[in-house]
Design a binder for this molecule. Structure first.
Ligand SMILES: CC(C)(COP(=O)(O)OP(=O)(O)OC[C@H]1O[C@@H](n2cnc3c(N)ncnc32)[C@H](O)[C@@H]1OP(=O)(O)O)[C@@H](O)C(=O)NCCC(=O)NCCS
Length: 171
């Protein structure tokens, strides 16, 4: 695996990406609340990367989705899903994918990133637990897995409410 060549994913990668995600998260992954924020939404193209591998097809994938928070309609990103092929785990690929894309997001003036995932893992790139009750999602979620990262100073300050996909906020 050439860990240096993360590429922006193309339409042709989609079947391989879906297969990897089914393997990583199981076939019921679409019932998760995070997916309510992806339905009818489009990932941010420049931040949606894959690692292609001749043996395993898609060796890793990450994507980010635009979201809108609360009555103030604060713009943010939802990170996920992130998955690394079982054959490629433990080589730093997941962390490197996140570092590169979070740097790119910062350069593109994105200010705030949310995700639902394992705090001990995502803490390595700076994610922190959200204060309980401040933000909510359109479905059930485990508050001990609801995390944020400020790309701009104090980006979470004053932000509260329900997280929804942007097209719902426009209604
Ligand atoms: C979680 C996942 C993305 C990690 O990718 P990876 O490329 O293997 O991880 P990295 O090599 O970048 O990081 C490895 C380090 O993170 C640690 N780590 C991995 N998963 C972890 C977790 N869930 N919680 C805490 N630490 C974790 C490893 O122990 C390792 O630590 P070390 O460097 O001290 O040895 C990958 O295992 C995966 O796809 N899992 C299934 C899907 C999933 O759980 N996705 C994200 C969670 S919402």
């Amino acid at each position: 695996v050439n860990c240096q060549s993360f590429e922006i994913s193309s339409q042709a990668d989609q079947p391989g990406v879906e297969a990897l995600l089914d393997k990583a998260f199981g076939l019921s992954r679409r019932t998760k609340t995070s997916y309510r924020l992806r339905e009818g939404n489009q990932p941010v193209r420049n931040l949606t990367r894959v690692l292609r591998d001749s043996e395993n097809g898609i060796a890793a994938t990450i994507s980010y989705w635009p979201i809108t928070i609360g009555a103030a309609r604060t713009k943010a990103l939802l990170l996920g899903p992130l998955a690394v092929h079982p054959a490629c785990k433990g080589r730093g690929i997941g962390l490197q994918l996140m570092r590169e894309t979070l740097d790119a997001a910062r350069e593109e003036q994105h200010r705030l990133v949310l995700l639902v995932g394992d705090e001990p893992y995502y803490a390595r790139v700076g994610f922190k637990l959200l204060p309980t009750g401040r933000l909510s999602l359109p479905g059930p979620f485990d508050p001990s897995r609801f995390l944020y990262l400020e790309l701009a100073r104090d980006a979470l300050q004053g932000v509260s409410g329900l997280v929804i996909p942007p097209h719902r906020a426009a209604l």
